[in-house]
Each structure stands twice: as structure tokens, then as C-alpha cells.
Design a protein around this ligand. Structure first.
Ligand code: NAD
Ligand code: MG
Length: 397
């Protein structure tokens, strides 16, 4: 039986890589729905190629433009807005959902897929960071099959016994070694970090990704979000996870066992590997990824992360320890600060400053409902913006 796949965020880096894997296996997968924010032309050409049952745009203007471009394609219904995202993520005919919207905007539709018990391929780490326990409770209640797509978490998943990924003690696991490339500014001095430009931050040395996650990789916030993601996915505490900077990005993470064994998953830095792993799991399929040439790579290096130059990793670890709604506040403040940096309105080094100030100003409460999480997300965005206007008026370091 073919898998019927909805791709939330189809026009992004993960979405297009997912479609590339699907394109190679027409016998295994068919596309049920594609969704995008504003990229009408890209959606139109994807719809022509993959003929989904539904195409969802974020707003009315985009939906109307797509509708007129697809006038000769009556089998693809064009829908609009968050309710429609939830509908195509939970439809009965769909069994697999790639959650690849970037940021907090992905939480509601991803949750909709989870609650309807789908195989959920989780790229949208922000959704899990924001709502941790509630998200994992929803997975447990619905029986959804949650498979990690983030390359590190997919690597860890591959290095664990499949039936014990949330019971590391029983599996004899003693440590998770989460690898990080270190980003484009790994060797930059604290001083030179003040003047780096958005184009430099988005030019990742090993991975080609969307803008937001590229900046997160440059600040190491991405590793902070991934630390939190690992704690929820594998039911461990942060001191069980040790970040190893590995600039070659060939080892995608490792798992240490009580007998001294360390299992690693290696591969070229290409997201089609974890995507294919999730789509076909537990089978293995061709992902179009070039074979690894270890003779050419020659050497692997490892260093500890520098929390002085890259405080975002520390802020994320502290936010997780503080618990409750704090990770949602961290995430919202980060999204606002990164957007301002990309817009040329905030200097790179001040991303961490704004996040820390927001964390200091927004009170932590118990994350006992999704409504509470959304309220704190909104409050944190307001506070972060306030801090940034103060900064541009000369009030922040
Ligand atoms: P991207 O910016 O390239 O794509 C984002 C997609 O989400 C686009 O299709 C866009 O149209 C859609 N989108 C954006 N805002 C939206 C909104 N408000 N409503 C509806 N749709 C919206 O991002 P990406 O790099 O593909 O990353 C997607 C997610 O996957 C992120 O959470 C990221 O952290 C995670 N991830 C990405 C990579 C990677 O290699 N790119 C690796 C690991 C994890
Ligand atoms: Mg990752």
C-alpha cells in the first residue's frame, strides 16, 4: 500500500528535500496535500508535478493567486488558513505528515497530525520545544508514530533499539553525544561576531537550510533547541546529553552504552537521508545521497562548545531547567530576534541579549494547557520587540 503524505511547509528546504525523495519512489508514496506560506509560483509548479488532492496557502491573497494558476488542474483543491492546515494534516486518507513549517506557526497543524494518530515526521523542532510534555502526552494518547527528522535526532534514533527509545536505562544507554557543526562563526572572536551580516550567517559551511535555522545554527541556538528536543524525544535530562562540536558534520550524533560501546550514525550532510529514513521506516530506500568518501574526508575533529561566545546554548539549557512555559518564551524571543537580525535591525551578538532580557521579564508558569503556551508565546514576542526598540533607541548594550 502506498503511503499518502501531507507535507506542511512543502516549499521550504525540508519540504523540497522530502519531495525529492518521494519523486524517486512513485511506487511507495503519493502526495495527499502540500502547504506553503506565500510562495505561489513554487506551489503551482509542485502541484503540477505531484497532483496533490489539496494545496493550502497561509492567506487569502496567496490562495486566490494559486487558484488562478491551477485553473486547469481541477483535481487539486486550493484551501486557505490554519484550519485547512489542520484539516489536511488530520484527513482520514492521509497516513503520514511531514511537519516542516518553520517556527511556532507549525505547532497547531503538527499537533493536529499527532492527535489524529498519523506517522508524524518531525522537522519542526520549535513545536516540541514550545509544548514539550503536552506534545508528548498527545503522542502517547493518540498512538501517533513520531519519527525524528532533525539529522541529530534521527541519528540517535538509529543508534538506539527501536522499542526502547524512551527507556534509555533499560537499553543500557549511558549518554547521548549530540554533535554540532559549530556554524559559520565557530572560529570568530567575540568582537568580530558583532559585525557579521545576515548573508554570512545564512551561509552554513556544511548544510543548505532555511534562513531561520541557518541563523540558529550560527548562534548555537539550534543546538539549544535540539538539546531540549532530545530530552523530550528520548525522555532524558539535559545532563545525559553532551554537545560535541564536530566541524565536518559527518557524524550526525552518537549513543554511548554501559559496556563502553559508542554507536554513531554517519553520512554526507544531506537531509534526504533522515527524511528517507522517516518516510520508509523501518525499511531503507534510496535517498539520492552521494556515498560517503571517508578517504577524502580524512579526519574528524571534536571540540567543546564555547558558551562565552555562543550564549544561546546556555540560555536554552537554563530555560529547559526552569521548565513550565520558559522554553516557549525562549523560542518566541529567539524567533523575534532572528527576524530582526535578518531584517538588518539587530546585531548578531544582541540576539542572545534580547532573549536573555525576555527570559528575565516574562514570568514562568506551569505549561498546563496549549492556551497558556500561546499566551506566553505572545507575551514573549511583545517583550522581545519592546527590548529591541529600546536597543535601537540606545538603551541596550
Ligand atoms: P524554510 O524556511 O526553508 O521553509 C519553511 C516552510 O514553512 C516553507 O514552506 C514556508 O512556506 C512555510 N511557512 C513559513 N511560515 C509559515 C506560516 N506562518 N504558516 C504556514 N506555513 C509557513 O525552513 P526549513 O529550513 O525547511 O525548516 C523547516 C523546519 O525544519 C524548521 O523547524 C527547522 O528547524 C527544521 N529543520 C530544518 C532542517 C534543514 O536542513 N533545513 C534540518 C533540521 C530541522
Ligand atoms: Mg539538526
Amino acid at each position: 500500500m502506498k503511503r499518502n503524505v501531507t507535507i506542511l511547509g512543502a516549499t521550504g528546504s525540508i519540504g523540497l528535500n522530502t519531495l525529492d525523495v518521494i519523486r524517486r519512489h512513485p511506487d511507495r508514496f503519493r502526495v495527499h496535500a502540500l502547504t506553503a506560506s506565500t510562495s505561489v509560483d513554487s506551489m503551482a509548479s509542485l502541484c503540477r508535478e505531484f497532483r496533490p488532492r489539496y494545496a493550502v496557502m497561509a492567506d487569502q491573497k496567496g490562495a486566490e493567486a494559486l487558484f488562478s494558476q491551477l485553473a486547469d488542474l481541477p483535481l487539486t483543491q486550493v484551501l486557505v488558513g490554519e484550519d485547512s492546515l489542520c484539516r489536511v494534516a488530520s484527513d482520514r486518507e492521509c497516513d503520514t505528515v511531514m511537519a516542516a513549517i518553520v517556527g511556532a506557526a507549525g505547532l497547531v497543524p503538527t499537533l493536529s497530525a499527532v492527535r489524529s494518530g498519523k506517522r508524524v515526521l518531525l522537522a519542526n523542532k520549535e513545536a516540541l520545544v514550545m509544548s514539550g510534555q503536552l506534545f508528548m502526552d498527545a503522542v502517547a494518547e493518540s498512538g501517533a508514530e513520531l519519527l525524528p527528522i532533525d539529522s541529530e535526532h534521527n541519528a540517535i534514533f538509529q543508534c538506539m533499539p527501536a522499542d526502547r527509545i524512551r527507556n534509555t536505562l533499560a537499553a543500557g544507554i549511558t549518554r547521548i553525544l549530540l554533535t554540532a557543526s559549530g556554524g559559520p562563526f565557530r572560529t570568530f572572536s567575540a568582537d568580530s561576531l558583532r559585525s557579521v551580516k545576515p548573508e554570512e550567517a545564512c551561509a552554513h559551511p556544511n548544510w543548505s537550510m532555511g534562513q531561520k535555522i541557518s541563523v540558529d545554527s550560527a548562534t548555537l541556538m539550534n543546538k539549544g533547541l535540539e538539546l531540549i528536543e532530545a530530552c523530550w524525544l528520548f525522555n532524558v535530562s539535559p545532563d545525559f546529553v553532551e554537545v560535541h562540536v564536530h566541524p565536518e558534520s559527518i557524524i550526525h550524533s552518537m549513543v554511548e552504552y554501559a559496556d563502553g560501546s559508542v554507536l554513531a550514525q554517519l553520512g554526507s550532510p544531506d537531509m534526504r537521508t533522515p527524511i528517507a529514513n522517516g518516510l520508509a521506516w523501518p525499511e531503507r530506500i534510496d535517498a539520492g545521497v552521494a556515498p560517503l568518501d571517508l578517504f577524502q574526508i580524512g579526519k574528524f575533529h571534536f571540540e567543546r562548545p564555547d558558551l562565552q561566545r555562543f550564549p544561546c546554548l546556555r540560555l536554552a539549557a537554563e530555560a529547559f531547567q526552569r521548565g513550565g512555559t520558559t522554553p516557549a518564551v525562549l523560542n518566541a524571543a529567539n524567533e523575534e530576534a532572528v527576524a530582526a537580525f535578518l531584517d538588518g535591525k539587530l546585531c548578531f551578538a544582541d540576539i542572545a541579549v534580547i532573549i536573555e532580557q525576555t527570559l528575565d521579564r516574562v514570568a514562568t508558569v506551569a505549561a498546563d494547557s496549549f492556551d497558556t503556551i500561546f499566551e506566553k508565546d505572545a507575551e514573549a514576542r511583545l517583550v522581545a520587540r519592546e527590548q529591541m526598540s529600546l536597543a535601537s533607541a540606545g538603551g541596550v548594550s
